[in-house]
Design a protein around this ligand. Structure first.
Ligand code: GUN
Length: 310
């Protein structure tokens, strides 16, 4: 359906992400001029998964656009766990590197948890180290690195609903470590009443209908239907699913979210599109976390304050 005729306001993730990048660049310039330091981001890709390759390349490119020192390590699919841990140790010790990102998933021969645990928590711009997960879970999120996609979801929710989310009914569909759980923790820290749903949830539709703020992060195309949505609710759709699009021609595909946009946008008050909603936010949050890591290492966290408030 035509977006222009839908009832819901479209939350423009691309525009918000661009505003944040401008602030990141300004913070980077201050770090250079006031502290003589350039924020450094190292990305590590193991294997040749094409989607992961695109993500990592985009992260590296954006870091360069932000004026960061940007280093990319591409390792072969049969890299041993020891070799990867050695590289992480080397990056931990490198004073020019303030943020380390090891792209997930990793090949089967490598224990993902071991690798995440090996990253210096002060350089953990992904926010996946158990220390940062624990900080967020114990309400010390201001000292943590917060995972990028969940942080992006909350920034977009605030764009839709205003800065004060307290008291809202928030329903998160999905309980992954990368999105569902951390987004629920962030919304709890914002004083929402949070419900986490998953594959065993009974009557998912009626739980979703309670939500003033509905976050969908399950990876199931078009799962959330219009009649699952409370009128006027804000919807943050984290799903990125490639589905066949025969209407575009034989063998063609298109990207859709976890939410049936055509239906839900008739009922919701605000909704993120796919693509162009949460997606562009993730990379901006990574750049913000990198500049925060650099500023913290220089004892100048003030320089990176307020980055997420677009
Ligand atoms: N794989 C999918 N999403 C992410 C992410 O946010 N960070 C990393 N490191 N890997 C991912």
């Amino acid at each position: 359906m035509d977006v222009a005729t839908s009832a819901a306001r479209v939350i423009d993730g691309k525009a918000v992400a661009t505003e944040i990048i401008e602030k990141v660049k300004a913070a980077r310039d201050r770090l250079v001029s006031e502290c003589g330091m350039t924020p450094g981001l190292a990305t590590v890709l193991v294997g040749d998964d094409p989607a992961s390759g695109v993500y990592v390349r985009n992260k590296g490119r954006k870091a360069e656009e932000c004026g960061f020192h940007s280093v990319q390590h591409n390792l072969s699919a049969n890299t041993s766990e020891t070799d990867l841990l050695d590289l992480v140790a080397q990056l931990n010790a490198d004073t020019q590197i303030h943020g380390i990102l090891v792209q997930l998933p990793l090949p089967d021969q490598i224990d993902e948890q071991k690798v995440l645990l090996a990253v210096d928590p002060d350089k953990d711009v992904d926010g996946f180290h158990p220390i940062n997960v624990g900080r967020l879970a114990t309400g010390a999120g201001d000292k943590a690195f917060v995972p990028c996609t969940p942080q992006g979801c909350v920034v977009l929710a605030k764009h839709a609903l205003g800065n004060d989310l307290s008291g809202l009914e928030a329903v998160v569909v999905g309980r992954s470590n990368i999105v569902g759980r951390p987004v629920a923790q962030l919304l709890l820290a914002e004083h929402c009443t949070v419900t986490i749903c998953h594959s065993r949830t009974r009557d998912l539709a009626s739980v979703c209908r309670r939500a003033d703020l509905l976050v969908a992060a399950v990876g199931r195309p078009l799962m959330v239907k219009g009649d699952w949505v409370k009128p006027g609710a804000a919807i943050i759709d984290v799903g990125v699913n490639r589905v066949p699009a025969p209407e575009k021609g034989e063998g063609k595909t298109r990207l859709v979210g976890d939410v049936d946009y055509a239906e839900a946008s008739q009922v919701a008050g605000a909704i993120t599109p796919v693509p162009g909603g949460v997606g562009p936010m993730t990379i901006s949050m990574l750049m913000a976390n990198t500049v925060i890591a650099a500023a913290r290492s220089a004892g100048r966290e003030d320089i990176a304050a307020g980055l997420m408030k677009a």
